[in-house]
Design a protein around this ligand. Structure first.
Ligand SMILES: NC(=O)C1=CN([C@@H]2O[C@H](COP(=O)(O)OP(=O)(O)OC[C@H]3O[C@@H](n4cnc5c(N)ncnc54)[C@H](OP(=O)(O)O)[C@@H]3O)[C@@H](O)[C@H]2O)C=CC1
Ligand SMILES: O=C1OC[C@@H](O)[C@H](O)[C@H]1O
Length: 344
């Protein structure tokens, strides 16, 4: 049994997801929705879709009874309205990160998903990868003793996309924090959860600084975050001004986990997909885990499809409560650096 997927939007990540679905076991691409027939047909012909399943509007795709689940991958400000429409049309939902612009929007989406009895997941795909699962289980089992500090960063050179790209445009939800800063925050929240016997943890304190561009989006921002009564600290850094650090570290009383490629362990060109354990006074050793050649998007789609086939309404790697904690943390971080969007 497999789940039939439709994709909403034909941009960069839509192509990565459609490519990844070719290797999926429980997920099949059956339809594409675009704002234009031309780009829908172009996309559809690349991925072998029937022309009558290449829709010239997102709304028409939502009326296709063959589509069970949709992957929403437009710029972030459109996620909320489209997710609510899709839920009302009875489609299960995998919505790209950030699932919405702020807490108010996230609550509206969750209400719509619950009212229409459909699954909803915010697409933090790296959480589904075996590398991330291994890091989580190492922390949970006490392999590095008591966790004290988490450090995580995600950066890229957004200047190469040009000033008109969505990442520099406030109206399109631009800026580092919402595009990639959510990864370090979601990592810290998940690891602090594993360290304290919970699925995830929410910050007690967030102190942030950052710089806004002329186009009024954050070029870089850094946060110091306290968890579990300030017994665990996290230092999080994100920026879109240059290709720079994209790593994570979890530091405990009995050792450190060093992760050179936390976000795309499926792409060796983006960093070494290894976990290193460094015991005090010892050389780093590599920790083995179930290696796979599959794309993070293949793994994510099949995790979501399996949950749908099992009748679940959320996926364990990013539950609805986790998504609420995540958006509240990002709202609090944004408030500290004065970053505002139309939706606020
Ligand atoms: N998980 C991951 O690794 C990644 C996640 N993302 C997330 O996916 C989303 C999309 O990012 P990405 O694919 O890079 O974006 P792109 O700009 O490449 O594509 C976005 C698509 O959304 C549609 N769209 C609808 N309204 C607009 C609008 N006003 N302006 C521009 N496009 C619009 C367009 O499709 P059409 O014309 O067909 O309607 C467009 O192709 C973001 O929320 C981002 O955070 C992005 C990259 C990686
Ligand atoms: O989620 C993402 O990860 C990779 C980045 O290049 C992209 O802009 C972002 O949306």
């Amino acid at each position: 049994m497999s789940v039939n997927w439709g994709i909403i939007g034909t941009g960069n990540i839509a192509n990565a997801f459609a490519t990844a679905l070719k290797d999926a076991k429980k997920s099949k691409l059956v339809a594409i929705g675009s704002r234009s027939k031309e780009s829908a047909v172009k996309f559809g012909s690349t991925y072998g879709l029937l022309e009558d399943h290449c829709y010239p509007s997102y709304e028409e795709l939502l009326q296709d009874p063959e589509v069970h689940a949709v992957y929403i991958c437009t710029p972030h400000p459109y996620h909320c309205e489209l997710s609510i429409k899709a839920a009302k049309a009875g489609k299960h939902l995998l919505v790209e990160k950030p699932i919405a612009m702020n807490t108010k929007e996230v609550m509206q989406i969750i209400d719509a998903a619950k009212a229409n009895n459909v699954l909803l997941m915010e697409a933090y795909m790296y959480r589904c990868h075996p590398q991330t699962k291994k890091i989580h289980s190492l922390v949970k089992s006490g392999a590095i003793g008591k966790v004290k500090v988490i450090r995580a960063s995600f950066n890229y050179d957004g200047t190469s996309f040009g000033p008109d790209s969505r990442v520099w445009n406030n109206e399109l939800g631009g800026g580092a924090l919402l595009d990639i800063g959510g990864y370090p925050m979601s990592f810290a929240r998940w690891i602090a959860g594993a360290a304290t016997g919970q699925e995830f943890a929410d910050p007690d304190t967030i102190q942030a600084t950052g710089h806004l561009s002329e186009s009024n989006v954050d070029e870089w921002t850094i946060a110091n975050v306290g968890f579990a009564g300030n017994t665990i600290g996290a230092q999080l850094f994100t920026g879109i001004f240059a290709d720079s650090d994209c790593t994570a570290e979890v530091i405990g009383t009995a050792g450190t986990l060093r992760i050179p490629s936390p976000w795309r362990p499926d792409v060796p060109a983006m960093g070494t997909p290894k976990i290193f354990l460094i015991a005090p006074g010892k050389e780093p050793t590599e920790v083995s885990y179930d290696k796979t050649n599959l794309s993070v998007f293949t793994i994510e789609a099949d995790e979501v499809s399996e949950a749908i086939l099992n009748g679940a309404k959320e996926c364990r790697y990013m539950t609805l409560e986790d998504t609420i904690g995540q958006v509240k943390a990002l709202d609090a971080w944004r408030a500290q650096i004065g970053l505002k969007y139309k939706a606020d």
